[in-house]
Design a protein around this ligand. Structure first.
Ligand code: NDP
Length: 297
């Protein structure tokens, strides 16, 4: 039977609506406006698009935002100086440094310099640690958080299910493992993570009740790698040549959508699945940061 589609665009729109309501309450009851600073170093075209999308969404939701665009020749000292300034700026509750920066910038050092209370992207070791031990006063990284939200709002309870994650990056795969394995409502899964060194990978993915693909390999997951009735979450965003020649490129995920669609019980499309949730959770985290910094419960 064909899968039902998990509509990330619709679920993200609902999360944005809830964020806008929170912004309105903060303004009305506390005279506070949440603020997000986005730092872009260099001229990577995809990063520029992501940063502009984030700033645009902030405007729509009446979140104060600042875009800081530094030249591709910016030094570590300049980036760290800016982060320090934003750490001390009371209008700014959340700071995001768009990844990847140019090679002269040590991303780990930059992330470590961000005040953990403003680390709404959740890359700082303090927030990653809190997430791992299940403490709720830090932040959750936006893409895995968005996936947890997609599962929850689509009525998928991971409890007791076998979740297989393909990919072990710090941005997606590893935090995804940590979230799904928590002893907590909406989690409690049995988790396996596979990667480029895994032997017999399809044998493992075929055991998945929930299969999450985050590898950056166009249409890697084929129908023969998926169990009948699995829930399939496709994180991948890959640019490939448009076979119809209508535009320069086409976006595809890490899952061969058309054939897996007939095997899965639920599936996220690309685009319009996980992607829209990432910004939604970033702004959700920004509200949380604002409340924490203003002592609002
Ligand atoms: P990374 O490149 O950081 O990590 C890729 C992971 O996939 C690695 O763990 C790698 O294994 C594994 N991998 C690569 N090739 C294979 C293979 N052939 N077989 C098994 N494992 C493999 O990628 P990210 O996690 O940052 O991103 C993954 C995808 O998700 C990309 O397409 C990216 O664009 C997309 N993405 C989408 C987001 C969204 O908002 N929707 C947000 C973030 C990412 P190893 O560790 O062994 O090298």
């Amino acid at each position: 039977m064909p899968a039902s589609i998990i509509d990330g665009k619709m679920i993200a729109a609902k999360v944005h609506e809830e964020t806008a309501e929170e912004v309105a309450v903060l303004a009305r009851d506390y005279n506070v406006q949440p603020g997000l600073a986005v730092v872009l170093v260099g001229d990577d075209p995809a990063s520029r698009v992501y940063v502009n999308m984030k700033v645009k969404k902030c405007k729509e939701l009446r979140i104060y935002s600042e875009k800081h665009a530094l030249d591709k020749t910016a030094t570590m000292e300049e980036v760290l100086e800016l982060v320090k300034k934003l750490n001390n700026d009371s209008r700014i509750n959340g700071i995001l440094v768009q990844s990847p920066p140019p090679p002269q910038i040590d991303e780990d050092e930059v992330v470590a310099a961000i005040n953990p209370a403003k680390d709404v992207d959740c890359f700082h070791a303090s927030n990653v640690g809190k997430m791992l031990i299940g403490k709720n006063d830090g932040f959750v990284p936006c893409t895995p958080y968005g996936i947890m939200m997609l599962l929850e709002r689509s009525g998928v309870d991971p409890s007791g299910k076998h979740a297989v994650i393909i990919g072990r990056s710090n941005i997606v795969g590893k935090p995804m493992m940590a979230l799904l394995v928590q002893k907590a409502k909406g989690a409690n899964a049995t988790v396996t993570c596979v990667h480029s060194r895994t032997k017999n990978l399809p044998e493992i993915t075929r055991q998945a009740d929930i299969l999450i693909a985050a590898i950056g390999q166009p249409e890697f997951v084929t129908a023969d790698m998926v169990k009948d009735g699995a829930v399939v979450i496709d994180v991948g965003i890959n640019r490939v040549e448009d076979p119809n020649g209508r535009s320069n490129y086409q976006l595809v995920g890490d899952v061969k959508y058309d054939e897996v669609f007939d095997k899965a019980s639920m599936i996220t499309p690309v685009p319009g699945g996980v992607g829209p949730m990432t910004i939604a959770m970033l702004l959700h985290n920004t509200i949380k940061a604002c409340k924490q910094q203003n002592g609002i419960v």
